[in-house]
Design a protein around this ligand. Sequence first.
Ligand code: KG4
Ligand code: ZN
Length: 348
Amino acid sequence: MGSERKIVLGIESSCDETAVALVNSEREIVAQRIASQEEEHAPYGGVVPEIAARAHAERLAPMLEAVMDDAALTLNDVDAIAATAGPGLIGGVMVGLVSGKALAMAADKPLMAINHLEGHALSPRLSEPELEFPYLLLLVSGGHCQILAVEGVGQYRRLATTIDDALGEAFDKTAKILGLGFPGGPAVEKLAREGDPRAVPLPRPMKGSKEPHFSFAGLKSAVLRAAESGEYNPADIAASFQQAAVECLVDRLGLALRKSGPLPAMVVAGGVAANQTVRAALETLAAQHGMRFVAPPLALCTDNAAMIAWAGCERLPLGQSDPLDIKARPRWPLDPDAETVRGAGVKA
Ligand code: KG4
Ligand code: ZN
């Protein structure tokens, strides 16, 4: 086995984290660095694409050097270069992908252009060696809110998506409404611990509807109205929002499971998977369906490069690599055959 061990260098730059990691086929994160741009974007209450692209461009090369130094390796020791090629903010994606191409060309190594969502979708297999295909995946981040049947590497069947906002976006907007700053998810979760989840009447959009899709725009508007009414304290609003969101997730996942048929495991990935209330509710739901529940450690839930390197490790034995002229893609659905959902035109 030792001589077959492969090692992949991963690069992630699709949103506001610049990240580099070395991961091997034995599921070891050999070295990694992550630089968050929270401070740069905080004054604007959201990620500013131009600022993000510049920050990635400034930080990536020194971080690549640092990761190789930490691992005491050179590019010659690496088996492939994996870089996020989309979906995401195109300026940032281009910085990472072009850097990956340059390294692949200079070191004469295969390039793998990774779909960021595939990184999230496969990340649970990095932390959980026992997790086999197929599994049900809830992918909940700032840009995405999907339910997928993950049937193999490169084989993703989308069962549901959001018709408007992603759940992480709704957390971020709730935080903004409550004056909690950016990024909002962790701040809303913290404040919610002090509140009463039944205090504020909020809608559960799509609950009970026939397709397992999501919608969070109405919930966000209801949070705004509750805050503006002055009738409720912020902790109760945060707790009630989180409760409504979790009930939507559970309802939609239950329906998706009826559509997919039985699957052995339920997996959650993406930034919102860091939320403890979300995790606890999904764990209960999985148990009710006799499914194993898998949630990667928090550091693998939010954007990182280990998941990109790992997606590369998963692809290596399949002999998949990409040409150096491959393009960065702002939109890149994991399941290209999935039907377009009314209202979902803005999401990948
Ligand atoms: O996966 P990710 O790091 O980036 C995207 O690809 O979008 O997800 C970031 C999103 C943000 O919207 C953030 O507010 C949310 O995940 N998030 C959380 C928590 N931690 C991060 N949402 C709820 N609770 C959390 N603890
Ligand atoms: Zn992400």
